[in-house]
Design a protein around this ligand. Structure first.
Ligand SMILES: N[C@@H](CCC(=O)N[C@@H](CS)C(=O)NCC(=O)O)C(=O)O
Length: 217
């Protein structure tokens, strides 16, 4: 995989900075030691014909490289992990993939629902009524995850691509104290976020937003 470019939004509101899913891709590339360039799409341009040719749904991230164009953050992280034994150990491939799916398909839906409700619809009556149910659905997932992590530093014992997807999923509710209510899970997220590749990815995403905003001003 060469000549890598990662597409994200040129600018997003502060509540979304550090959450947009190109963060996962930047982190995985950092862990794999693969250099990349950032490319940007304006939120208003995401449904243009030109961008829809890259991403049929007009979303970010998109990864372009010598291997072609890829959409879906999970598929992109998987493709990067295919180039990096540390992210997808040869003897644990199926389990790594299973936990990548668990992050995206089992944990992310309730977490994302709560995040959207709180960050984008908090003033609306339906969100106030639905919130307690949404919180208990998240809590059930967090409790199970915390139990799974008993005695483990990472989901598979060692750090893999699954931890990138799980950590970035749990960050969607960073505005709540729900993860902090599970000390083992909280320590897990902090452990993952302490990795130099995460710190670099976060720094670079935030620096790109700051640079783009100052150019636009
Ligand atoms: N399942 C997709 C979700 C992509 C997605 O929803 N991206 C958000 C940013 S994190 C987006 O582009 N939102 C713009 C919109 O919803 O129109 C993935 O993991 O790549």
């Amino acid at each position: 995989m060469e000549n890598i470019a990662v597409w994200g939004f040129r600018s997003v509101p502060p509540f979304a900075q550090g959450l947009v899913r190109d963060l996962r891709v930047r982190w995985a590339l950092g862990e794999a030691g693969l250099a990349y360039e950032s490319r940007f799409i304006d939120v208003e341009e995401r449904h243009s014909d030109a961008y829809r040719r890259k991403h049929p749904f007009g979303l970010v991230p998109v990864l372009e490289s010598s291997d072609g164009t890829l959409i879906e953050s999970g598929a992109i992280v998987h493709a990067i992990a295919e180039h990096c034994e540390a992210l997808m150990p040869a003897d644990r491939r199926a389990e790594t993939l299973a936990w990548m799916f668990a992050a995206l398909d089992t944990v992310e839906p309730p977490v994302w629902t709560l995040s959207v409700m709180d960050l984008q619809h908090h003033d609306e009556e339906w969100a106030r009524l639905r919130r307690p149910g949404a919180v208990s659905e998240v809590m059930a997932r967090l409790a199970a995850l915390s139990e799974w992590l008993d005695g483990c530093e990472y989901l598979l014992g060692r750090f893999t691509a699954a931890d990138i997807l799980m950590t970035t999923t749990l960050r969607f509710i960073r505005h709540t104290d729900l993860v902090a209510g599970f000390p083992r899970l909280d320590a897990y997220v902090k452990r993952c976020e302490a990795r130099p590749a995460f710190q670099a990815a976060l720094h670079d995403q935030l620096a790109d937003y700051a640079r783009n905003e100052s150019v636009a001003a």
